[in-house]
Design a protein around this ligand. Sequence first.
Ligand code: SF4
Length: 478
Amino acid sequence: MSDSLQLDMNFDKKVSNRLRSALDAGKFTVLVECPLPESEIDQQGAARRLDTLEKSVLACSKDDFNTGLAITDHSLFPRRWRGAEYATFLDRENCDRHVVYISGYDTDEQQAAELIGIAGNAGFCNIVPVSGATPLPCSVRECRKVKFTESTGMLRMLTPEQNFFSGCVVNPFQYMAYPLLGEYFKAVKKLDLGAGFLVTQAGWDMLKVQSFAWFMMSRKLYYPMLARVIVLTPERVEDILAGKVAGVRISNDFRKILEREFHYSNNQFENAQYRRIELQAAGCRLMGFSGIQLCGTENPTKLKMILSRIERALHEYTDFKTWLEEYNAYMASAEMAPFSNNFQLYDPILCRDYPLDEEVLSNDIGEPECGRIESALLKMREVMFKNSAEQRAGHLHFAKVLLAGCHGCQDCRLSVREFVCPEGCPKRLADGPCGGVKPNGFCEHGNFECIHSRIVRFAHKRGTLSQLESTMVKQSSK
Ligand code: SF4
């Protein structure tokens, strides 16, 4: 795939990449999310809209404060442009300051390669591939009808020789051990496949933001990280509470805070969101993040105001303790987890900065949760399928169907995926979970355990968690 991609593109010279330079230089970066228009508008209108947004965002850039656009790609409506196509309305001059997302939803590998080609030929070098999501709710059956290209597959197409600087996304807002480790392992895999920076899913739980930063430090993975933050509106809160936004959660305590903020007036509500965003941005910086990706407004006046408030907060909060006092006071020390008996890999409460002179030990994930029958079946699979990767396709097919939910792939991955067939995922993601795993570890498309949470759980049962971490990183999905 990467060969045909190369044929379609011009790679005659090394190009500058001001986003990458800013991240390398440690400049705090704010990428302003630019969603696709909700309906087809004329080309001139699209070009004007993007041009206005770009000008107002770039005007806020300073020596120590970098700004750019993140053009997303949620092609949930068939008549819309794709993000890479929409991005081409921007003038080439500043393309290296922006990021273009490419979604694998309803996209085959050839289409993904074409979109990468479109972005690359228009001068965009910063690309974030994501596996994508169907509009929720969506049943397993409906999801299975949709073609997904996994983010890891697209990362393999984006090589630095082609001047690409690719990023990847991670959802650190998981509250049970297995889904959380699945997310972390997949992020590491994406870095291993060449991603140069990370963007987190949106969330308000700063303890989870910190845990992810600590996990990265514990693995000595010092990559630029951006935290996605949302400007909430009452409508967005409704959508999140209704479960329409995959992987984004509002806890009960936080919901009550939002209700109080909305109680007085729209203005009061809006102001409260801006204050929270500036505190989130300052906290992220103190936790080692290189910036944020701001989602939820394209209004130039509001953007200018939010960006200047963020910049001011970065100057105001320069030590962790002062920031934490202010953050806890503002959030009334609210519980941000969706349920009380949740798993934290490190500290159970947000109370301290990373101690540079000592290694932070992670918490034990407890006894493996595996009943007697499940354990016996797992043992049986281990005995029967341990060499499946080397055996011809179809070998022991019926036993694999019965015991491991085999989908009859040409290259069997049972032996490197804890004897769980990754094709059992409704999106057929083989390299790790999507960002939409429910808080209880269930699939976003049904009432069953996410198959990647199950893979991590079985690895814990078999005592092969560290091997899983390394094989998830090293083993190609296909
Ligand atoms: S099985 Fe897991 S990775 Fe697959 S769609 Fe469901 S939640 Fe996402």
